[in-house]
Design a protein around this ligand. Structure first.
Ligand SMILES: [Zn+2]
Length: 462
């Protein structure tokens, strides 16, 4: 088993005391020890000098739509419903090749921002366009990130009172079969797992109540987690009141969708009672501040949620509503949003780091394995260089990481002890090629959409 010793490093473990100058000892894919002072002598160990660096747990991204890498910059000034309406028809044209290129670029971009584990929520499966779910799993495997793809779905098209056009929805029975197959084929529940599947109908305004309840039953029968969008905008709340006579969280409660195995994306518009329900049931949420800001959706009550004990993680959300958003940057975005709204003590730098790490691990049900630097946990570690010429005047490295608008250089990113990034370069894949493939995926999607009669640039651009 290979050993790694990271030495002379400032450790912010998220759980436990910070260590201003210490070491981390990794054996195989686990952290076996960490502490103050020099590392022990371990025969054959690879030594990494962490002088001038901050070690944190690898960041955990708990909401994304990787395919959207191929449709960035469209509908720039739209509300959520306007934006979705403009883009559904474009997305209907995607195929496995588009998803492969988009997912590679999106995941590579995440890794370069310190992310070691990402979920993805893929909910559009046009017929006859290849295996889209397999395409993104292949991309994650090539880069070497831990991946939690959620098999999404929509079954309530416009003709049924939903928002999406009928062309992008599937039948309920097809969805349940395909979702069960995705779990059976890919889900790995082991401690060291790099691949876990979740069940994820898209949102209250694109999914029937039947699909919601049957999806929950399916997920629970297979022991996997549940994910959906919730309480993102006031338009959604209005839709739920009109169609179901209930506000979004009450509607989810009625459908059996609150619990420790559920995490929602956004959860912006929550009442005190809603937050209480999240706390009582252990329901988690993924805070996506850049996307919420971009779409003018509002600011989630993260500070209130944390003070009451709710589980909150971070998500960058899909790149079409959060162009070029880095996960490290979402810590700062979350902190500034909370402080702008609630004052300077609403969220500390260390709370923002906890959202991005342990909060995310809890959303994904992996708090025993991930989210903090502790002996026994998986060796998913980010080493940030915080001694650069301009950063050297900042007294606190966690402040450098969270407060600065420019990410400190990523000296090293380890996933289970394996180096994924070194000195801001991906090491497992050719970084430039990955980026170019993302651009090709964009051009391919635009061409396929144009062939179907949708000119995204003009119709969706505002
Ligand atoms: Zn989303």
């Amino acid at each position: 088993m290979s050993a790694i010793l990271i030495e002379n490093v400032h450790i912010a473990p998220v759980v436990g005391e910070e260590i201003p100058s210490g070491h981390i000892h990794v054996e195989g894919d686990r952290i076996v020890a960490l502490g103050a002072g020099p590392a022990p002598v371990v025969a054959g160990a690879t030594r990494i000098d962490g002088t001038g660096c901050l070690a944190t747990p690898g960041l955990v991204n708990t909401h994304h739509h990787l395919y959207q890498w191929a449709s960035q910059g469209l509908a720039q000034d739209a509300t959520l419903f306007e934006w979705l309406t403009a883009l559904y028809d474009v997305w209907a044209a995607m195929d496995a090749e588009v998803v492969r290129g988009a997912a590679g670029a999106g995941l590579g971009y995440l890794a370069l921002s310190g992310c070691t584990t990402s979920s993805d929520h893929h909910y559009i499966f046009p017929k006859g366009r290849g295996d889209l779910f397999a395409a993104e799993i292949e991309a994650a495997g090539e880069i070497g990130l831990r991946f939690h793809p959620a098999r999404g779905s929509m079954d309530r098209g416009r003709s049924q009172g939903g928002l999406p056009p009928d062309v992008v929805v599937e039948r309920l029975d097809e969805i349940l079969d395909a979702t069960a197959e995705a779990v059976d084929t890919y889900h790995d529940p082991s401690f060291s797992s790099k691949l876990r599947v979740a069940v994820a109908p898209c949102s209250p305004f694109s999914v029937s109540a039947d699909l919601m309840t049957q999806a929950a039953a399916l997920a629970r029968s297979k022991g996997v987690r549940l994910h959906t969008h919730l309480a993102e905008t006031l338009d959604e709340e209005e839709h739920c009141l009109e169609q179901f006579g209930l506000r979004p969280v009450d509607y989810m409660e009625k459908l059996g969708w609150l619990g420790p195995d559920v995490w929602f994306a956004h959860a912006v518009h929550l009442s005190d009672g809603d937050i209480d329900k999240f706390v009582q049931t252990g329901t988690g949420s993924a805070h996506c501040p850049s996307s919420n800001g971009r779409l003018g959706a509002g600011i989630a009550r993260v500070s209130d949620m944390l003070s009451r004990g709710a589980v909150v993680g971070l998500g960058v959300d899909g790149s079409a509503s959060a162009e070029l958003t880095s996960l490290s940057g979402e810590m700062r975005q979350a902190l500034l949003f909370q402080r702008a709204r609630y004052g300077p003590t609403a969220l500390t730098a260390r709370q923002a780091l906890e959202l991005a790490t342990l909060g995310g691990a809890k959303n994904l049900g992996r708090q025993e394995e991930l989210g903090s630097l502790e002996a026994g946990k998986l060796a998913d570690i980010a080493l940030w260089r915080t001694d650069g010429a301009f950063a050297s005047a900042v007294v606190d490295p966690v402040c450098t990481l969270v407060f600065g608008s420019r990410q400190p250089p990523l000296a090293r990113l380890l996933v289970g002890g394996e180096t994924i990034v070194e000195d801001d370069e991906l090491r497992t894949v050719a970084q430039d090629e990955l980026g170019r493939a993302g651009g090709l995926a964009h051009r391919r999607l635009m061409r396929l959409a144009a062939e179907r009669g949708f000119i995204a640039g003009e119709e969706a651009g505002s």
